[in-house]
Ligand binder design. Sequence first.
Ligand SMILES: Nc1ncnc2c1ncn2[C@@H]1O[C@H](COP(=O)(O)OP(=O)(O)OP(=O)(O)O)[C@@H](O)[C@H]1O
Ligand SMILES: [Mg+2]
Length: 255
Amino acid sequence: MTILSAEGLHLGYNDLEVVHGVTFDLRQGEVVALLGPNGAGKTTIMRAVSGLIRPMRGSIRLGTHDLAGLAAHQIVGLGLRHVPEGRRVFGSMSVAENLRLGGYSMRKRPAEIRSRIDEVYGLFPILGQRAHQLAGTLSGGEQQMLAVGRALITRPTVLALDEPSLGLSPRISHEILSTAARLARDGTAVLLVEQNIRAALRIADRAHVLELGRIVLSGTGAQLAADPQVEATYLSGQAAPTPGRDAPVDRKAGH
Ligand SMILES: Nc1ncnc2c1ncn2[C@@H]1O[C@H](COP(=O)(O)OP(=O)(O)OP(=O)(O)O)[C@@H](O)[C@H]1O
Ligand SMILES: [Mg+2]
């Protein structure tokens, strides 16, 4: 069953179009990855899907809802949560307080929110151990887990993760991405933007490669991982450990 579908999306800032007619969908139980070099438009698509920017053209549907014109908080209410680039946790609040804030939009009894926080501690046990620690003093990986955990408090049907492994060690990246895969199997479909293409293709059911605002390649994670063009263009320079975001990507290679 399709949960999220984007059709013919044209996106941009002011009058400048940076995404030129992108179409993709996300089905229940799936991880779909959006990949591609810096500036390809991945974050812009995440912003449109979560209602932070309006499409210039095209449509986005979440379940039976057309998202056109809806504000970001309304889209949260419909079951889509976005974890933006750069793990923004509230540094001067504790882990537990950050998680409680994740439920701000729910008119739920405190006991229910507590039980959802416990679910997050089940997914990321380190957060439970650090429940009373100030979020600003967590490690980068722990902060990313907290950012993901906070989004999960409302039990979203779609989780949009923008570069969750950025700057993290291979081990912590693996933990976060395998948790994302588990979430998808358990009913929260995941739209994933990743600069660690190899790791993303390992967990993605399907993936799209974007360049300059257009999808240039699509396939299952396994197909793309085995694609010589993907290998030559995106993977050959990408060995563990994860390169920084400014690592050069030679877009011409392999074309
Ligand atoms: N707020 C903004 N105002 C104007 N232009 C923007 C804005 N945000 C992004 N852009 C431009 O839109 C294009 C796509 O950017 P976007 O952030 O979507 O790329 P990305 O694929 O997420 O890249 P990265 O891998 O570096 O995160 C870029 O040319 C960028 O300069
Ligand atoms: Mg980005």
